[in-house]
Design a binder for this molecule. Structure first.
Ligand SMILES: [Zn+2]
Ligand SMILES: [Zn+2]
Length: 226
């Protein structure tokens, strides 16, 4: 099977990340992964960009991390794909399959309700996953679920508790959504618990990933490093 990290934060794009793009790629290469999706906090989340800048500047800044990864892919020998982690009141969504050009052409997303924005992503061909839906934290006022405007649920997030992941799994099963897994790695090579999606043949690009997940062709895997 070919292993892919689906939920990864890198410096400097994600304010809360602690490892560079290069360090992350070398780490996943050393573990035998085939590829990674760089999913930094988007312009509505914990991104290290001035929120008052024009939309276009923020989008260009966001994609610099993915572009850096794609430029290093060949040298390191790891396939690099892009995604975003979009936020709303401490609730997060992993979105795959939309390009920088798509976002540059859709500045209206900044003024949409979250559910309208997610619906637009889906109608535009994206895969939308609610990340760690049962995460408890001081900065999260209450749990919010969006079953009508997501395709799937992160039922295994390597940085959440077994209880939170189990609740996510029950939510996913009861609504007939697609089960999904990722590490939410902010720490590079210091990350001991990992999770992701595996496939029997290598992924071609982001669209291929979206199509295979929607077709239930991905398999969840978990790794615990000593
Ligand atoms: Zn973060
Ligand atoms: Zn994340």
């Amino acid at each position: 099977m070919y292993l892919y990290e689906t939920h990864l934060h890198t410096l400097p794009t994600s304010k809360c990340a602690r490892a560079s793009v290069r360090e992350n790629l070398e780490f996943y290469k050393s573990l035998g992964y085939k590829g990674v999706f760089i999913t930094n906090h988007f312009i509505d989340g914990n991104i290290s960009v001035d929120r008052r800048l024009p939309y276009e500047d923020k989008i260009n800044y966001f994609f610099e991390g993915c572009e850096e990864g794609k430029a290093l892919a060949k040298e390191i020998g790891l396939d690099v794909f892009e995604g975003i982690e979009s936020s709303y009141q401490g609730i997060d969504f992993l979105v795959y399959g939309l390009s920088k050009e798509w976002f540059l052409a859709h500045p209206e997303i900044e003024s949409l309700k979250k559910s309208e924005e997610l619906r637009l992503f889906m109608e535009s061909g994206a895969l939308v996953i609610q990340a760690h839906p049962f995460r408890g934290s001081d900065y999260i006022d209450h749990i919010q679920l969006f079953p009508k405007v997501i395709h799937g649920v992160e039922i295994y997030n390597a940085n959440r508790t077994d209880f939170e992941n189990r609740q996510a799994e029950i939510f996913c099963e009861n609504y007939g959504l697609i089960p999904f897994a990722g590490s939410d790695n902010h720490a590079g090579a210091a990350q001991l618990h990992l999770g992701g999606m595996a496939f029997d043949t290598p992924l071609k690009d982001e669209q291929d990933f979206v199509a295979r997940i929607l077709d239930s062709k991905g398999e969840i895997f978990k790794i615990v490093r000593e």
